[in-house]
Design a binder for this molecule. Structure first.
Ligand code: UDP
Length: 480
């Protein structure tokens, strides 16, 4: 029997006090404090809704979970809701996602049948959200999955913002085809937020566009400091290294309570990662645009021999609600690994991390990134690439594709290494090799990377930009 899918579900959001950023920002926090006080008076009596299509896995869920908790922490009513749909709906939205990145994806069409399925899935979700919203509120609809809700929610009188996290630096006909499918739905949004200027579509009213790059939450289980013992205990429990897991590694949950990594991962490896072996890692959803097979082959081509290990980590394949291609891509990765020579295969590890408890999953990712000498993100296309910022915060040198928002994070040769052509596996392998061989370079780049995140990609910058955007949006509506 098919599972009953609820059209809409509200997700609990915690509350976190941005005051904790004072320790990082010092005097610069005063400006944040002023902005917060201003935001409180502006938003008294209003709710700010964010709607997307999955509560876990992927960058948008990661962002909302933290950012909204800080918004609640300053006393505003931030709410989060997730829409549901049958697998056919998510097959269509994944197709749109791939096309927006300029890639053909499953090669299927966006015709009248797809439009009908898209609209009929979103109609009950829009009706459910409309019940909860009134004209004082602001509704952010995230990504293609929710774009078709703009019109229905505008009827409530609320301000409706379409927040697009994906895009392409130089649009091709595939991307333009997806824009044509979506444009009628978003045409009358009150405003648009894109992550970078080059992502803004042709035919969108520029006067309503705001550019807001994402951020990371440096206090979250994903990014908080972890001592060597905790890292070892987590990775032992996960199954990536051998040793005594001392009952699982500890971390601090969003609500301040103590957490412990208790689950293991599904791991494909011939042996655990040896103590002291240099490790290069990519953490990503199992998605062809993240090119995990290319990472394996590029590593094998240039690092055949020696002691470096490679880890590809991602969510347990069935865990991400809006990502139906995960299981197929994982199968391709496992097959590509099998095809490697025995020596290099023995130095590659594939980990599917359980998502039952998202904070436990985040602590696993944290420990993996911290154990790695090098982090890679060899995406063929990328919206922003939160994994890059996460690794940079941990002072890791990142080798990543010069695609999308990755280019806004890494200054190549200074705070990371950018790959101009992500399809060039040899160049990728050489960049990893160079960093493995040069510890001083790793340290220099790692420190610059950490400073870059501190200056531009903290949650407080993001929060301030949102408050500024919302102030302008409400002022414009008041005048109209
Ligand atoms: N992620 C995770 N667990 C996993 C794999 C990925 O928590 O097993 C997280 C990752 O740490 C990052 C997000 O998912 O925070 C991915 O965001 P990114 O912007 O890199 O890519 P997206 O998935 O949005 O395309």
């Amino acid at each position: 029997m098919a599972a009953i899918v609820s059209p809409f579900e509200e997700i609990h959001v915690g509350s976190m006090d941005p005051e904790r950023f004072r320790a990082i920002l010092g005097e610069r926090f005063e400006e944040v404090d002023l902005g917060i006080r201003d935001g409180r008076s502006l938003f008294a009596g209003r709710s700010i809704w964010h709607i997307n299509s999955t509560a876990r896995g992927g960058g948008v869920a990661e962002l909302l979970q933290s950012l909204l908790a800080y918004v609640r922490g300053i006393g505003l009513d931030a709410r989060w809701g997730v829409i549901g749909g049958e697998p056919g709906f998510f097959a269509v939205t994944k197709r749109i996602h791939n096309l927006l990145h300029g890639s053909a994806g499953d090669g299927g069409k966006l015709g009248p049948d797809e439009r009908e399925l898209y609209e009929s899935t979103l109609a009950p979700a829009s009706a459910a959200v409309a019940e909860l919203v009134d004209e004082h509120d602001v509704v952010f609809l995230h990504d293609p999955q929710t774009a078709g809700m703009v019109e229905a929610l505008r009827e409530t009188g609320a301000a409706v913002v379409w927040r697009c996290h994906v895009g392409i630096d130089e649009p091709n006909e595939l991307a333009r085809g997806a824009w044509s499918f979506l444009r009628p739905y978003v045409q009358r949004a009150d405003a648009y937020v894109f992550s970078r200027d080059s992502f803004v579509w042709e035919g969108i009213d520029r006067d309503r566009v705001w550019i807001v790059p994402p951020s990371i939450d440096v206090f979250s289980p994903k990014n908080q400091e972890l001592g060597f013992e905790a890292i070892d205990a987590i990775l032992t429990r996960v199954g990536l290294i051998a040793g005594d897991d001392r009952g699982g590694g500890g971390f601090i949950r969003h609500d301040g309570s103590a957490g412990r990594v208790l689950r293991g991962a599904e791991i494909t490896q011939e042996m655990p990662i040896p103590d002291g072996a240099p490790l290069a890692t990519q953490v990503s959803r199992w998605d062809r645009l993240k090119d995990p097979v290319g990472v394996l082959r590029g590593f094998a081509g240039q690092l055949d021999g020696g002691d470096p290990h490679l880890l590809l980590a991602g969510p347990a394949a069935a865990a991400v609600a809006d990502d139906p291609e995960g299981a197929d891509v994982l199968a391709e990765v496992l097959e590509a690994r099998e095809a490697l020579g025995p020596e290099v295969r023995a130095r590659t590890h594939i980990a599917c991390l359980p998502m039952d408890d998202v904070e436990e999953n985040a602590a696993m990712v944290n420990a993996i990134q911290r154990r790695s000498e090098i982090v890679v993100q060899k995406s063929l296309a990328e919206g922003f690439g939160l994994t890059v910022a996460e690794a940079m915060w941990k002072a890791k040198p990142v080798v990543a594709s010069a695609r999308g928002g990755i280019q806004d994070q890494i200054e190549s040769g200074v705070s990371g290494i950018l790959l101009p052509d992500p399809a060039d596996l040899e160049a990728f392998g050489r960049a990893v090799r160079r960093l493995i061989d040069d510890e001083a370079l790793r340290l220099r780049i790692g420190l610059a990377a950490r400073r870059r995140i501190e200056s531009d990609f903290l949650g407080t910058r993001h929060l301030m930009q949102y408050l500024e955007f919302l102030r302008a949006l409400l002022a414009k509506r008041a005048k109209a």
